[in-house]
Design a protein around this ligand. Structure first.
Ligand code: FAD
Length: 398
């Protein structure tokens, strides 16, 4: 569905340099290869050998010299079924291989299928409130029907919405971006919808004290079911999930920053896929003011209950919970409290960390991790840089 375009071949070749392949070889005995190969796995008549891209030719020659015949060559991260059959040795190799590559081949990611000049007209089929009584503000879960369109997207991407009407200069409103809150298959599992999680922006004008409603967010929050909506995108490659089903995924969110994580978690725990059976560890640290503001609370807690070994759910409720020294519990305080465990997890090459939500939430998280890094004699900014370089540190704040 997301096949690379021919023009992307150069990028793909560069990415292959970091990848591993599995050779299925017949006619060899296991002990003929164990001494020299990275991780040969025996299954029935075949031997499976994991080969780094830069050793593919030598390995082919060696196998031929030993009288072996290569039956198939498959990219390691494209063969999860094989990993399962082949056992833990291949699985742990898979972790290394995956962490060597960026979280997803960027050429496979759909972008800008619809632009402001040729937008997609979707239809609102659901618009429900997520904040319960006693909570602050309005946050709506919206679903748009996009059937009969070319819109395809991945978890972690965003779409643009163009609100109707004109701005104060008489020009059509510009698009606003919103993180997609559904998986690529949509909330109804039929590949025909896309969902958002939208907070209505309301503030008092600093000079006139007038109540101002954000143009696009209030348009969306008040959208009638059945109404048309103008959509662009998808966009974004920063927040994609790694393909490795054994990865550790640490997610930190404030408010609507939960949107991409809802998509990840549904992909991990609610949907069934042949090519992605999540068996890693997902940890969501979610900051909101009150319990009533916990967006998607029921579905999150249901998943946590069903998959307690694979999913940890930690809240930071700033107006209800207090830190040990009596301060409000913001997300950065919760991170500080759990930082030694987070530090241990991010040492592993298959751990990905995501930050999404309010601008400004990064500083406190950096502070907590800096202090922990120092305890281990490391410099946090250097370590963070290395995580970014490896495609393991993902941030989307707004
Ligand atoms: P506008 O009418 O555009 O008003 C915004 C402007 O109001 C600001 O630029 C500022 O000038 C002013 N303003 C705002 N607050 C104050 C204040 N307190 N005092 C004075 N002036 C103020 N939003 C979501 O709800 N959910 C999402 O999932 C989401 N995902 C996003 C993903 C990305 C990648 C990005 C970049 C943004 C995302 N946003 C999301 C934010 C969204 O794009 C809009 O910015 C938001 O909805 C406000 O748009 P608006 O048209 O309602 O406000």
């Amino acid at each position: 569905m997301y096949g690379p375009t021919p023009s992307a071949n150069t990028i793909r070749n560069a990415e292959y340099a970091n990848r591993f392949f599995i050779y299925e070889v017949e006619g060899l005995k296991q002990n003929e290869v164990t001494d020299q190969s990275e991780s040969p796995i025996r299954k029935s008549g075949s031997v499976y050998i994991t080969v780094p891209y830069n050793r593919m030719n030598q390995e082919m020659q060696r196998i031929t010299r030993m009288g072996g015949k290569i039956k198939s060559i498959k990219p390691l991260n494209g063969s999860n079924n094989h990993s399962e059959q082949a056992g833990t040795k291949t699985a742990s190799k898979s972790k290394t291989a995956m962490s060597d590559t960026k979280s997803k081949k960027k050429s496979d990611v759909p972008v800008n299928t619809y632009k402001p000049k040729n937008p997609l007209i979707g239809k609102c089929v659901e618009n429900r409130e997520l904040v319960k009584e006693g909570g602050i503000g309005r946050v709506r879960h919206l679903t748009f029907d996009v059937s009969d369109s070319e819109l395809r997207y991945l978890e972690g991407q965003s779409i643009g919405i163009i609100p109707p009407g004109k701005d104060d200069k008489g020009k059509p409103h510009k698009l606003r971006l919103y993180s997609i809150a559904s998986t690529r298959h949509g909330d109804y599992g039929d590949d025909n919808t896309v969902s958002l999680c939208v907070r209505e922006l309301v503030y008092q004008h600093p000079e006139t004290n007038e109540t101002i409603y954000g143009v696009c967010s209030s348009y969306l929050c008040n959208l009638e079911e059945g109404a048309d909506v103008t959509i662009t995108g998808p966009v974004g490659k920063e927040m994609l999930l790694p393909e490795d089903p054994n990865a550790t995924i640490i997610m930190m969110a404030t408010g609507t920053g939960i949107a991409p994580y809802r998509a990840y978690l549904r992909r991990m725990f609610k949907e069934k896929h042949d090519d992605y059976k999540f068996n890693g560890f997902a940890w969501l640290i979610f900051g909101v003011p009150y319990t009533a503001n916990i967006l998607y609370q029921e579905e999150l807690e249901e998943m946590q209950k069903e998959f307690p070994d694979n999913f940890r759910l930690t809240y930071a409720l700033s107006r209800e919970q207090k830190t040990a020294d009596g301060k409000k519990m913001y997300i950065q305080n919760r991170v500080a409290e759990q930082v030694s465990e987070i530090w241990d997890l991010i040492q592993h090459e298959n751990t990905h960390t995501y930050i999404c939500g309010l601008k400004g939430m990064e500083d406190g998280i950096d502070e907590a991790l800096s202090a922990e890094a120092e305890k281990h004699g490391k410099d946090w900014s250097e370590f963070q840089k290395s995580m970014k370089k490896a495609g393991r540190w993902h941030v989307e704040t707004y």
